[in-house]
Design a binder for this molecule. Sequence first.
Ligand SMILES: Cc1ncc(COP(=O)(O)O)c(C=O)c1O
Length: 353
Amino acid sequence: MREIQVDLAKIQNNYRTLKALVAPSEVMAVVKANGYGHGMHEVAQALEDIAVDALGVADLDEAIALRAAGIKSRLMCWILSADDDFQMAAEQNIELGISNFVVLEAALAANVKTIHIKVDTGLGRAGFAKTQWAEVFEKLSGKTIGLFSHLANTSEEEDLGQEQLFLEAETLALASGVKISQRHLAATAGALSYPSMRYEMVRAGIGIYGLNPWEDREYSQYQLQPAMRAVSEVVNLKRVPAGQGVSYGYRYRTAQETNLALVPFGYSEGMPRIAVGAKVLIAGKQFEVSGRVAMDQFVVDIGDHEVPLGSEVVIFGDPAKGEPSAEDLGASAGTINYEIVTRIGGRAKRVYL
Ligand SMILES: Cc1ncc(COP(=O)(O)O)c(C=O)c1O
């Protein structure tokens, strides 16, 4: 009745495509937040099977869960709390991305083998502030670290400004006697846009799932294929007169006598409640969602089109096959594909192809 289909072979292919594109740089595949909703364990295993260079997650708990599941690949996490189990990070050979002195001390005390220092070059989130760089690099003099930062993707000018600061941080680190094993700055958008920013490694998330990192740029030229399809089915059909109000608050009223199809995929499954007018594919034709999405279901005015009961409804999938995309659904709800795929799920059955 409701299915999230994930094609792991497409994720493997997208990884290979990105790897070829940024060669000789390495690619860290980002599988945080349940693999952007695609299944952290399944995606990590599929990528380990093709000898992924490294895997990245946000939390140490995610990294520990991957090790517990038998993942042996290089593995890094970068949102750390002083309460995290640094001993475990050391024992499990989990690489840490460090943004403050408290966590740095804890990681050094636990003898974590590989640490990466994150410098804030302008995003204003994690990362040591520029005023702290001299102190952190002095503390690490003689040691080998990874150096990384994250782009704000605001404009080319601002991205290039961040790169300049990143290089300044590198110069300062080297002058302080720190050795740098790997530099990584770019995520998917930066890796595709700026060859100069690929350094020794890029951290690619959205790209390995085959989704567009931009809201306002074409993406098809990169040959990355969406790996997730969200599908449901028509479980009810009825003929209604003109003027029929549809769903809570009557955000939609039928203009003439018509047929309404009921699709059991609601905001509980991650279909945004405000996605009125989102397009879904039913029996080879795209129709708009009519009226408010409810917790368990939404309605589609299918006019006089032939739609048998039980017809498949593609909520999003591969636009190259005429299906609506996760980008389209995001746009209809004032959000982005990242949020759509990460929140999708609920009672939907997850199927791996
Ligand atoms: C630090 C960091 N690096 C890389 C990524 C991957 O970004 P993207 O999914 O845009 O490739 C993320 C995701 O948010 C991140 O937080």
